[in-house]
Design a protein around this ligand. Structure first.
Ligand code: AHG
Ligand code: MN
Ligand code: MN
Ligand code: MN
Length: 336
């Protein structure tokens, strides 16, 4: 079998766009190297002194794990030197991250969740890294402002994730389908293993933290009850699968079909839109879902159409197989 690396795959596609400058390839190459370094640390976590918390609490109000911090530093330090970015936004940093003066600046913007699924780290359960890439829309030489970073998801140039699972995979889209690459640790390369991934039109899995049932509104409870109720024509009840790592829950549903939900809840009145972050979690996953033939909504609006108001904005998320997400849309529309 011919073994195609991520960059080879990208270059083959760029032949169709002769004006491509190679800067996007540079960005992706550096991101892949960061992922390999994070993977090395994650896979040996129990042997190194990298399990447990740092003692810090981040802008999200969450306890920062040592591996959250490590992954964040690896990505920032590598990507700031790549010469292709003008700014980065990380789940772990309150403000956006500029490019230090000594390095060249480019016009791409990288938004990322350095390590997704923190709560699973110490138990050796799959975790991930999520990335989202935009381009700067203004080309004057002014310093980047927050306003320029608040682009809606449909403006993404590319999006993807790395899953540190039973094998390590990178799944990404640059607007031309979704492609999956598996890390072959013996050669240190991600090799094409899942070309042109399509999510099944309807799934058999629903994924939600049902422990919060009593905090949901009526339509949300009805939605979850729908997927649990018996109806042979639509293959219900669906199976319940919930890991608590968005990357892993999403990836499983992408491959098998199904719906992932993180609805709004009334648990914490400071977070009325649920837990997940629009820019570093929901928007990149939404681009992948749509490119794979699925859908992503907050219940009313397409995730990719939401104009962010702030970097760490949260959003309810319903994402996955097309007809399963359509069920959600119908329940909310009927309740309105
Ligand atoms: P992160 O580890 O990057 O902060 O993200 C955690 C998120 C996401 O991965 C997962 O879907 C969700 O938290 C799980 O939250 P609950 O524990 O509330 O179910
Ligand atoms: Mn977190
Ligand atoms: Mn996350
Ligand atoms: Mn995270």
């Amino acid at each position: 079998m011919r073994q195609v690396t991520v960059v080879e795959h990208l270059l083959l596609r760029q032949k169709e766009r002769p004006m491509a400058s190679g800067r996007f390839t540079r960005l992706l190459t550096e991101l892949i190297l960061s992922a390999k370094i994070i993977d090395r640390e994650v896979s040996k976590a129990g042997l190194l002194d990298v399990l447990g918390a740092t003692g810090e609490v981040n802008i999200q109000g969450e306890v920062v794990q040592k591996l959250d911090d490590f992954a964040n530093q690896v990505i920032i330090r590598r990507m700031e030197r790549a010469g292709v970015l003008c700014a980065m936004v990380s789940e772990e940093n309150a403000d956006f991250i500029g490019i230090p003066r000594q390095y060249p600046v480019g016009d791409y913007i990288l938004i990322f969740d350095p390590l997704d699924g923190s709560a699973n780290i110490d138990a050796n359960v799959s975790i991930g890294t999520i990335f989202s890439i935009y381009r700067r829309t203004t080309f004057d030489q002014q310093a980047v402002s927050v306003g320029e970073l608040l682009q809606k998801g449909s403006m993404q140039v590319a999006a993807g994730y790395i899953i540190y699972g039973s094998s390590t995979m990178m799944v990404y889209t640059a607007g031309n389908g979704v492609h999956g690459f598996t890390l072959d640790p013996s050669v240190g390369e991600f090799l094409l293993s899942h070309p042109d991934i399509k999510i099944p039109e309807r799934g058999r899995i629903y994924s939600v933290n049902e422990g919060y049932f009593s905090y949901w509104d009526e339509p949300t409870r009805n939605i979850v009850n729908y997927f649990k109720s018996n109806d042979s024509a639509t293959g219900r009840p669906y199976s319940s699968r919930y890991i608590g790592s968005l990357v892993s829950d999403f990836h499983r549903n992408l491959i098998y079909g199904g719906i992932f939900m993180y609805p709004a809840d009334s648990r914490d009145l400071r977070k009325p839109s649920g837990k997940l972050r629009l820019m570093c979690e929901a928007a990149p996953m939404a681009m992948i879902a749509e490119q794979a033939g699925g859908l992503a909504t907050d219940g009313k609006q397409r995730i990719l159409d939401i104009e962010p108001q702030e970097l760490h904005q949260r959003v309810p998320l319903f994402i996955g197989s097309k007809s399963d997400v359509e069920v959600v849309l119908k329940f909310y529309a009927d309740a309105a």
